[in-house]
Design a protein around this ligand. Structure first.
Ligand SMILES: Cc1cc2nc3c(=O)[nH]c(=O)nc-3n(C[C@H](O)[C@H](O)[C@H](O)COP(=O)(O)O)c2cc1C
Length: 169
């Protein structure tokens, strides 16, 4: 692969632009089976004195069961010319289609054997620290409710992971 490990601290300025501009692939699984989906929501920062990445997954997603089962997840930022893959992975379910094969993505392995994609420009390998469901009772601004209706699916589960490895070109 063309990616190499880089220091989390020196890459941080680039990392903090990530979720503003790009929709990465969230991937989890074991050495036998894994799944990926496009995500638009995420944060990077510091929590419990650790560099962390937080992602949000609705329980209907096939990816959800992989997020629940595994200790690690990865966030892969593909180059601009792979928008086709982001569209497919954000509109089809891995229950119905081998999305990784259909997109021609190459599975590589990071810490904890976590799967990510060799085609990515930037990859965050995360070890789960914390998971919690978002709930209607916790909402303090009506704009949040617009993301939720029965047709849209359930309330997301939030996963905060320690960023244990970063790979970049
Ligand atoms: C741009 C974009 C951003 C998305 N962001 C999220 C997200 O943050 N959380 C989520 O649960 N689903 C999100 N989705 C929806 C999933 O990617 C989509 O439902 C996907 O087909 C689920 O695949 P799976 O069933 O294989 O897990 C997003 C979709 C798109 C197109």
């Amino acid at each position: 692969m063309n990616l190499h490990p880089v220091d989390i601290q020196t890459q941080a300025p680039v990392i903090f632009q990530c979720f503003q501009k790009r929709t990465p692939l969230l991937t989890a699984g074991d050495d036998r089976v894994c799944n990926t989906m496009t995500i638009g929501w995420g944060q990077l920062g510091t929590l419990w004195n650790l560099p962390v990445c937080t992602v949000y997954v609705r329980p209907e997603r096939y990816t959800y069961q992989f997020m629940e089962a595994q200790d690690y997840f990865t966030v892969s930022f593909l180059p601009e010319d792979r928008r086709d893959a982001l569209r497919l992975c954000g509109s089809k379910s891995g229950r119905d289609l081998d999305k990784i094969g259909a997109c021609g993505l190459t599975v590589c392995r990071g810490a904890g054997n976590a799967p990510f994609f060799g085609e990515a420009e930037l990859v965050l390998v995360c070890k789960k620290l914390f998971a919690q469901d978002l709930t209607p009772e916790s909402v303090r601004d009506a704009r949040v409710d617009r993301s939720y209706s029965p047709a849209m699916g359930g309330w997301h589960r939030m996963y905060t992971g320690e960023v244990v490895e970063v790979y970049a070109r």
